[in-house]
Write a new protein. Structure first.
Length: 357
C-alpha cells in the first residue's frame, strides 16, 4: 500500500496539466502533432536516450523515412545508418519490423487501442499508452522512468520499481489517477506533463521541489525523503569483457564486418574482433604479409547496460594486394564512405581518431 493516502486524485491530474501548459516543453519537433507515426518514432528514440541527442536523429530519420509505408518498404540495411550512434540497436530493428507489420496487417496505420498497439513489435505497455494518449486522446496511463520517480515520491511508494509487486502498485495508482480525473482531462498535456515534471523538477539527483506543483501534498517533500525514493536498486558489479579490434587498412580502404542480428550491434558494420593478440596476429597472417605497420592504439572503454567492454584497437597497414578474400559478411569500405556507414559509436570514435570522419 502506498503511504500518501490523501484524497484528491483529480486535483493531482489537474495540477500536472496546469503546470505543463505554463511551464512544460512545447517546442520539441514531435509535439503539436496527432501523427501516430511521428509520436511512435519519438517515443522509441527517447527510450534510454536524452532529448538533446534524439532531436537530430529524429529529424534525419523522418527526412529519409517520412511515412510508415516508406519505412516498411526499406531494407534493414537502409535503416541502420540512420540509427548508428543512438545505441540500443534492437530498437531500430523492431521499428522496422513494426512498420512492416503495420503495412501488412493494419493498412499502414496505427490502431487506436493501447492494448492493440502493445501487440506490435518493440512496443511495451507504457509506449503504447503514450501513443494512444498523444495521437488519439485515449485515457491510458504511462509509466516510464520519469513517471515512476514522480509517483514513488508523491505517493510514498517504497520498493524497487522493477519488482513485480512495486510495478503493479505503480500501474494501479496511475490508472486510479487517470480515472479519477474529470472527463475534460487533456490527456496529451497530462501525459507530457508527467514526463516534463520528472525530467525538469522531480529529477534523480537534486529535485527542485520549490518549483513543483505537487510539493504541498508530496510525501517525499513533506517527509524529507526525496533521496530515498525511488528505492534504489541493489548495486551489482558489471561484468568486464575485453576484445581486440583490427583496423586492417589496404590503401584507402578498411575491412569491416556486418554484425549478426539479433545482437548488441546487429545489422551494424564493425571492425573484426578477436579475443587476444595471438588470434589477431593469425588473422593478419591469413590476410597476407608483409605489413609495414602494426600499431597498438589507445584503449577504449564502452559501457553497455549489462557489462563493460574494454576495446584494444590495432592498426595494421598492408602493402600491396592481400591474399584472402572478404568473408560473406565482410567488405572493404573506402575511408571516404566510413562517415555514412552504420558504425557502432565506439567504432566510429576509434576510426574518427585515425581518419577524421
Amino acid at each position: 500500500m502506498y503511504l500518501n493516502e490523501r484524497p484528491g486524485l483529480a486535483d493531482f491530474a489537474k495540477a500536472i496539466v496546469d503546470w505543463q501548459k505554463q511551464h512544460g516543453r512545447h517546442h520539441l519537433p514531435w509535439q503539436d502533432t496527432r501523427d501516430a507515426y511521428r509520436i511512435w518514432l519519438s517515443e522509441i528514440m527517447l527510450q534510454q536516450t536524452q532529448v538533446t541527442t534524439v532531436i537530430g536523429y529524429y529529424e534525419r530519420f523522418l527526412k529519409r523515412f517520412p511515412t510508415i509505408s516508406v519505412l516498411a518498404e526499406a531494407e534493414q540495411d537502409e535503416v541502420m545508418p540512420y540509427w548508428a550512434g543512438l545505441g540500443y540497436y534492437a530498437r531500430a530493428r523492431n521499428l522496422h519490423r513494426c512498420a512492416q507489420e503495420l503495412a501488412t496487417n493494419w493498412g499502414g496505420q496505427f490502431p487506436e487501442s493501447p492494448e492493440q498497439i502493445a501487440t506490435l513489435p518493440g512496443i511495451g505497455r507504457s509506449t503504447a499508452a503514450a501513443i494512444a494518449a498523444f495521437a488519439y486522446g485515449k485515457r491510458s496511463p504511462i509509466m516510464d522512468g520519469n513517471v515512476k520517480r514522480v509517483f514513488t515520491r508523491y505517493f510514498g511508494i517504497y520498493g524497487v520499481s522493477s519488482l513485480r509487486a512495486t510495478e503493479q502498485l505503480l500501474w494501479k495508482t496511475a490508472e486510479e489517477a487517470v480515472h479519477a480525473a474529470p472527463d475534460t482531462l487533456d490527456m496529451a498535456a497530462y501525459t507530457q506533463g508527467l514526463m516534463d515534471l520528472g525530467s525538469d523538477c522531480c529529477t534523480r539527483g537534486k529535485p527542485d521541489c520549490a518549483r513543483c506543483p505537487l510539493q504541498a501534498s508530496c510525501y517525499a517533500n513533506t517527509h524529507g525523503v526525496q533521496s530515498e525514493l525511488p528505492t534504489p536498486k541493489p548495486k551489482k558489479t558489471s561484468p568486464q569483457r575485453e576484445c581486440k579490434m583490427l583496423i586492417l587498412q589496404r590503401q584507402d580502404q578498411i575491412l569491416l564486418e556486418q554484425q549478426v542480428s539479433p545482437g548488441i550491434w546487429g545489422g551494424l558494420w564493425s571492425l573484426p574482433q578477436y579475443g587476444d593478440v595471438a588470434a589477431l596476429e593469425v588473422a593478419c597472417t591469413n590476410w597476407g604479409q608483409p605489413c609495414r605497420e602494426s600499431q597498438k592504439m589507445a584503449g577504449l572503454l564502452h559501457v553497455f547496460t549489462h557489462f563493460k567492454l574494454h576495446i584494444e584497437p590495432w592498426h595494421v597497414v598492408c602493402d600491396g594486394a592481400v591474399v584472402a578474400e572478404p568473408g560473406p559478411r565482410q567488405a572493404w569500405v573506402p575511408v571516404t564512405e566510413l562517415g555514412a556507414t552504420a558504425l557502432p559509436a565506439p567504432v566510429k570514435k576509434i576510426l574518427s581518431g585515425l581518419f577524421a570522419l
